[in-house]
Design a protein around this ligand. Structure first.
Ligand SMILES: [Zn+2]
Length: 499
């Protein structure tokens, strides 16, 4: 993980900064750009020199990430002192903060680059110092692009197409940065991410990340966390460990109610082994989604020959319903659902999607031949009007035909079982069963499931894992996550090492 903007260097005293940086390294951070924000400093150069000395001390120490010195706001520069700054050899410099200064126009202001600003750009770039465009307004940004000789960098920002904010980048700016081989850091600043800053959480981050990964799929997004610089952070995001793999998230399709269906992609899609993991297909089995999310946040080491696509929740509308959010739906939808649920407002045990189709009998693999199949809408087991009638399943199909998995795991609950659909997969299923103390079973009498489809139509080893002891009642609550994680870890780690 690379963080292009962190204010710990200015905020923390040395005896707190060093343990903080070592911890960051342990949480997977390989490089941090540490900022000295000068706007409110009386003697910036003195402070910068002091901070630089701390970074020099740890420069070659492998316990630390690569720490780069960044200067935020160059208001204090004059023809007399600019050489002093250059001698301190910062990695990068932002010309302004939010307001105009003697050099250029800040994001919350309407100024432009001044003749002195142009001189500073030339002097710094000649000295191999990177200019950061993060706090420039649009006008200064475009002026800058016409004179710079280097790649463009915007260390901490977000996407104006997702949320309009003067600090956010337009798509045109993003394209210019990408074209220059530059860097963009996504900031954890609620004001940049959403209108509703109070409720800002991981989903607001997902909107920016998935928009970027969808529209600029050839480019890479980085973090520019602004840890220690922003007063507020998105809910439950407090440290680097909370960010693991989040940038690898993309939207692969939409549900009936147009909710995004997300997938993580870990590793290179050209890898010879490609593992598809899915969870949350049956609404009441949402604990599987939490378990998969947790496994991913624990930062599994993905070997070079493996790529993983993990679909965290294949049935977001159903999970929303089963977790007690009936009231968020339209009156008409509520009426239909209550009727389908045999008059009950309790959707705890609901398995289907929001149209009453059981997604795991809707695939084109012996469709409609299952023992418990139903042909009317129901909380479970309705096969749908035709195979792949549901957008959630078409999303998975599209993914399968793009990703070409070589093996698949579908996470369900419960019973401590491993189901397989082809005799060819018996040995592997039995091996997994021995590792986990699960039972391996050939699934007979069930058809139209994702595992059936992958085994029968795509001819790859595919397994349905039923996590959780059979004594646990549905739905298995969050408090049982520690009980089901060990088996999931064993199974997924087995596929990491490649048999
Ligand atoms: Zn299930």
């Amino acid at each position: 993980m690379i963080d292009l903007h962190n204010d710990a260097l200015l905020v923390l005293p040395k005896n707190k900064l060093l343990p903080y940086l070592r911890k960051a390294k342990n949480m997977g951070v390989s490089e941090i750009w540490l900022s000295v924000w000068t706007t409110e400093l009386k003697n910036p150069l003195t402070i910068i020199a002091k901070k630089k000395a701390i970074l020099d001390e740890i420069a070659n120490d492998p316990r630390y990430p690569l720490c780069r010195l960044h200067i935020e706001d160059a208001w204090f520069l004059t023809p007399e002192n600019i050489d002093k700054l250059i001698a301190l050899n910062p990695h990068s410099v932002g010309l302004t903060w939010n307001q105009n200064n003697k050099l250029a126009g800040g994001a919350h202001d309407n100024g432009k680059i001044t003749p002195w600003g142009y001189q500073v750009i030339r002097r710094l770039e000649t000295a191999n110092i990177q200019i950061d465009t993060a706090h420039l307004n649009r006008r200064s940004f475009w002026q800058f692009t016409r004179v710079t000789t280097r790649s463009l960098v915007c260390t901490h920002t977000a996407l104006a197409s997702v949320h309009r904010h003067p600090r956010n980048l337009s798509n045109r700016q993003i394209r210019a940065i990408i074209k220059s081989n530059g860097l963009i850091g996504l900031a954890l600043v609620p004001k940049f991410l959403t209108k509703n800053t109070i409720s800002c959480d991981i989903h607001d981050l997902f909107k920016h990340i998935s928009y970027f990964n969808y529209h600029f799929s050839n480019a890479k997004l980085y973090w520019g966390t602004d840890f220690y610089g922003t007063e507020q952070l998105p809910k439950n995001i407090n440290q680097y460990a909370d960010l693991n793999n989040l940038l690898n998230l993309r939207v692969i399709g939409k549900s009936v109610l147009r909710k995004p269906i997300f997938a993580y992609q870990l590793g290179k899609p050209t890898a010879p082994r490609r593992l598809l993991i899915t969870a949350g297909m049956h609404a009441r089995e949402w604990i599987g989604s939490l378990a998969l999310q947790k496994w991913i946040q624990n930062r599994p080491r993905i070997p070079n020959d493996l790529c993983i696509t993990a679909v965290i929740c294949s049935n977001p509308d159903g999970v929303n319903l089963a977790t007690g959010n009936l009231k968020t739906l339209s009156k008409k939808r509520q009426k239909f659902l209550i009727r389908t649920n045999h008059g009950s407002r309790d959707f705890n045990l609901w398995k289907a999607n929001i149209r009453g189709v059981d997604l795991n009998v809707n695939f084109d693999a012996g469709w409609g031949q299952g023992r418990s199949n139903l042909t009317i809408m129901a909380p479970a087991n309705y096969i749908g009007p035709e195979p792949h009638s549901e957008p959630e399943n078409r999303t998975l199909l599209h993914l399968i035909h793009q990703f070409h998995p070589t093996v698949s795991i579908a996470i369900h609950t419960k019973g401590n079982l491993i189901y397989y659909s082809r005799l060819a997969d018996k040995l592997q299923a039995e091996h997994l069963a021995r590792l986990t103390n699960f039972q391996a079973e050939l699934s007979t009498g069930s058809y139209g499931g994702l595992t059936d489809y992958l085994a029968m139509r795509c001819n790859i080893p595919a397994f349905t894992i039923e996590l959780g002891d059979d004594n646990l009642p549905h739905p298995i609550g969050q408090e049982h996550l520690p009980d089901i994680m060990p088996s999931l870890n064993i199974i997924l780690d087995y596929f990491l090492t490649g048999e």
